[in-house]
Design a protein around this ligand. Sequence first.
Ligand SMILES: Cc1cc2nc3c(=O)[nH]c(=O)nc-3n(C[C@H](O)[C@H](O)[C@H](O)COP(=O)(O)OP(=O)(O)OC[C@H]3O[C@@H](n4cnc5c(N)ncnc54)[C@H](O)[C@@H]3O)c2cc1C
Length: 453
Amino acid sequence: MMANIPDNAKYVIIGAGIHGLSTAMHLALRLKANGSSVGPRGARIVVVDKTGIGAGASGIACGVVRNNYYQPAMRELMAHCVGVWESDPEAYSYHPVGYMQISPEVMHAQVGTIYEQQKAIGYESVFVEGEAESRKYMQGILHDWQAKNITSVLHEKRGGYANNMASLRGLAKKATALGVEILDGVEVKGFRSANGATSIRAVETSTGTMGCDEVVVAVGPWINALWNMLALPKTISVKGRDGKVHDGVRMWHYMALQEGTLGVDPDYQKTNDGAMPPVLHVDTDAPLHSDRDGHLITDKLWGIYYKPDFHFGGVQGGAMPAVVEREPDDVRVDPYGPKSPEFVVTDNFADMWTSALAFCQKRFEGQHAKYRSEEPSGGIGCFTPDSFPVFDRFRDNVYVIADSNHGYKMIGVGELVADELLGTRRQLLDPFRFSRYAAGRLHPVSNSPFPWS
Ligand SMILES: Cc1cc2nc3c(=O)[nH]c(=O)nc-3n(C[C@H](O)[C@H](O)[C@H](O)COP(=O)(O)OP(=O)(O)OC[C@H]3O[C@@H](n4cnc5c(N)ncnc54)[C@H](O)[C@@H]3O)c2cc1C
């Protein structure tokens, strides 16, 4: 919708990504269920985005939806989110093909605990243990499976992936049908509060000032900028797992997500019985050699994920992210994603990822030339000190949804936040409060080479 800023809105939601749109939609649903009207003559819910729907991380996300997390609180939250994806697969362009975590011995025991806890919360999965058993299980699905040093397979029967822009449009359509206003091209530049008050009473934007009762900040990789505008602390104290308090810890840091597409027909990756396979995530400590020229790429623990995807037009996936060694204020988030001159993937990624595909399945041997190097891909994510989300209220009436780059799959967080905005505390969000850093209630850390597992 063309920007036409109202003078006031009850709820101003900043960011039209997965979280902003999901929060807006669920908030409108709840208000309507309570008998309130939503829109210019009722409770006004206005979503503003400096560019438009899907201009951030949600619009370029690989779209993987999984439960596989070593942290119990993440698993429970993801089980809730998967339920939301399953509630309307068509509108959300969701493909419930399942998800597999395929691991080396160093991760075996931890993944075993994930399986046990998935059983405990009723999240259907199969756990295969042992090298020969794992190979047999994988070859039963994909006959050319050949990855080495794999001693367990966790096969989640739920989850899969969704098409990024299609799902956002689905959410936006539901939200606008409920009376939510989505304004493109409106950039938030600052906040106003009454003299001496901490709460925000107006949002300053590129097209004017809008009064508000509540603000939701759902700006993905731009969180550092909005955090600064809200005058929240750039560094914090974290009580570590060692019981000691560490002062001066940077609140935000960036990582560059590395993803790409192999330009083969997506049908090329069908299972033995002609179906679309689960999303595969493979970690291993077997040495990885280049499929191009045989050189050793790494002999350390490494991992990749991939899926055939008609939307990307090939087999799409990624590898471990690269740390952006810079103060967060010095990171140029714009232009974002594939348009960034700095943060698109390099040839090293292409070599590593296509070689890893060939390492896993024979059908990918010698296919590296089909990598879509002409299409820049990847994007940066903004991470919290422990790389897990912060969902919390600040400045009395500002709700921050900062998912630490876990979050396309977290479509259900908006539903929980909507409840909290209306006064009902949701326990699933409690482990993600900001106070956990000072209190030392940190999430457990896994042996995975990924910061988000
Ligand atoms: C390459 C890549 C692949 C990923 N793959 C997956 C995956 O497979 N599965 C998964 O679960 N997660 C994945 N993620 C993480 C996931 O994409 C993000 O965690 C999630 O999309 C963040 O959603 P969001 O709504 O918070 O923010 P975004 O989707 O980034 O939306 C934020 C919006 O805020 C707007 N905005 C910013 N600043 C302002 C301002 N000042 N005023 C107004 N508007 C503003 C932006 O224009 C943008 O549209 C991936 C991330 C990347 C980068």
